[in-house]
Ligand binder design. Structure first.
Ligand SMILES: Nc1ncnc2c1ncn2[C@@H]1O[C@H](COP(=O)(O)OP(=O)(O)O)[C@@H](O)[C@H]1O
Ligand SMILES: [Mg+2]
Length: 524
């Protein structure tokens, strides 16, 4: 069986001296959420230590305590054997701990160099010697991170922003670097690049804590792995002694495979068509340059692309969030280009937005209210009186069918975990009877159990004859679900790939996503 070296450590087995250690760390958030419960965890100097666990397992919370961003409820943190108490991230930085968050914390309107220097006080005698740009370029060269120090952050690729974030903490003297899901936003090629750099940092003696959902990556990059489950440590393992299946089982208690058996279906009806869509943003930057495609029944059409290549604009246009400057959208043959989202929904479109807390649900309302909010009319009689009994039964049935974990249908939705909020939104949209489903990152930030459940529901919608447009940053998800995949790059569709036999590879997708390859006759 696999060896949990943490238990070994408790029994006194020899281990190198940890640079960072936490003992019985507990975090209870205001409102009583027990996010970390007596967590024990230790990191050795110079290792890449992966932290894995389902969504909501408490990984970010643990890291935020190590980084001084969240207070500790009880327990201890030791740095090089000395107990430390951080009251702010400043404290943590002063102790050589830096963190790059899931969502970057850069100022969009400033340049790389300006972001680099933000909050750093210049020593008076250094000020005139070197410009901020020179300092930034020097440090970038030192760590072999190419960035354009004079470019504004808003014009940088996601990969460059991330490099800048890492450089920022290196410049502030970090020796222990915490990366919270750094690869979630990267293409496979950018991920490889990041890994090369992390190995470079490790060679320079840095210690890295790497959080990821992607077990393949964790296997590739880490020396040891700690598994968190429901706020406590399941164990710490040497990466070369565990398989992906082992880790996955430790995280959720079962193995989840993304290798679905998809029924062969024969689409024969066009449900959604976009024709020659153009869009310019408020800075007159062209975001869509004539995008056309059609979605049929019984098919899942995936859209791949690095964030920021026109996917969000495309979805916003179809769902009436923004207006295209040219082109048309047809839903079941009807021109809906100028219709409101309400009208479009009535014509037959359901939509799961990317940001579920912002667009997807009404935070302060109950689970039940959220489940019916978009089809409340169907519970009203001719006099517009709502049949509350029928509505309640419908909700209870949906909660059961979609396995939404909630104490009752009256619970406020915001108190549920991310995965369960998402299941509730999926339940609402999938039960709306619409023929076209637009799913924008339907499983982003959701735990593996909920992912496989949502996937099975997506596949059953396909069998029920729906047309599904799936936008996802998770290539594994796109490849395992889609019948066809469109790749977007700089506002164009640069490839259309037939994936019915699952022959498309991640690498191939990556080449199109980065614009290294364009299919003949596609794009510009
Ligand atoms: N600021 C907060 N207030 C209350 N609860 C929170 C807060 N941040 C996270 N939680 C809860 O703590 C638990 C652990 O969350 P988190 O540390 O973000 O997990 P992970 O990073 O592993 O997904 C979850 O149940 C989450 O809903
Ligand atoms: Mg997290």
């Amino acid at each position: 069986m696999i060896k949990n070296i943490m238990t070994g450590y408790r029994e006194g087995t020899v281990l190198m001296k940890p640079i960072l250690e936490v003992r019985n760390l507990t975090k209870i958030y205001e409102g009583g959420v027990l996010a970390n419960h007596e967590v024990n965890f230790s990191v050795e100097e110079g290792e890449i230590h992966a932290l894995v666990g389902e969504n909501g397992a408490g990984k970010s919370t643990l890291m935020k305590m190590l980084y001084g961003m969240e207070s500790v409820t009880s327990g201890q943190i030791f740095l090089r054997g000395e107990e430390v108490h951080f009251s702010s991230s400043r404290d943590a930085i002063d102790h050589g701990i830096g963190m790059v968050h899931q969502h970057f914390m850069l100022v969009d309107s400033l340049t790389g160099a300006e972001n680099m220097m933000l909050g750093v006080e210049h020593l008076p005698f250094v000020v005139n010697k070197k410009s901020d740009v020179q300092i930034t370029e020097d440090i970038a060269r030192q760590y072999n991170f190419e960035i354009d120090a004079t470019r504004r952050v808003r014009d940088m690729s996601v990969g460059m922003k991330q490099k800048l974030e890492i450089l920022k903490i290196l410049y502030r003297g970090a020796k222990i670097i915490i990366l919270d899901e750094p690869t979630a936003v990267l293409t496979p090629q950018e991920t490889e690049e990041l890994f090369d750099r992390l190995i470079g940092l490790k060679k320079k003696g840095m210690t890295i804590i790497f959080i990821s959902h992607k077990l393949k990556e964790v296997k590739q990059i880490s020396d040891r792995i700690t598994v968190l489950k429901s706020g406590h440590t399941e164990g710490t393992y040497r990466t070369d002694e565990v398989t992906e299946e082992d880790i996955s089982r430790l995280m959720v208690g079962r193995v989840i495979s993304f290798d679905y058996d998809k029924k062969e279906l024969h689409p024969d009806k066009e449900l959604l068509r976009v024709e020659n869509l153009h869009y310019r943003d408020k800075f007159e930057v062209s975001k869509l340059n004539g995008v056309s495609f059609a979605l049929k029944d019984k098919e899942i059409l995936g859209i791949a692309g690095v964030d920021g290549n026109g996917q969000s604009e495309l979805i916003s246009i179809i769902t009436a969030g923004i207006r295209c400057s040219q082109g048309n959208v047809y839903l079941k043959g009807k021109d809906v280009t100028h219709d409101s989202i309400g009208e479009i929904r009535k014509t037959g479109l359901a939509y799961i937005p990317e940001d579920r807390m912002y667009d997807g649900c009404a935070e302060t309302m109950s689970v039940a209210e959220n489940l019916v909010v978009s089809n409340i009319d169907s519970f009203a009689n001719r006099l517009k009186v709502i049949n509350t009994k029928k509505m309640r039964e419908h909700c209870i049935q949906l909660i059961k069918e979609y396995k939404v974990k909630t104490p009752s249908e009256k619970q406020k939705i915001k108190s549920l975990s991310g995965g369960n909020i998402q299941k509730a939104i999926v339940a609402r949209e999938f039960s709306s009877g619409s023929d076209v489903l637009i799913l924008d990152q339907p499983t982003r930030g959701v735990d593996i159990g909920a992912i496989s459940f949502i996937h099975s529901k997506i596949l059953s919608m396909r069998e029920a004859g729906k047309g599904i447009l799936l936008i996802s940053a998770d290539l594994n998800e796109l490849l395992s679900l889609s019948d066809r995949i469109l790749v977007m790059h700089k506002g164009n569709i640069v490839a259309e790939l037939d994936n019915r036999k699952k022959e498309v590879s991640e690498k191939e997708l990556g080449l199109y996503m980065l614009g290294i390859k364009t299919q003949e006759g596609m794009g510009k």
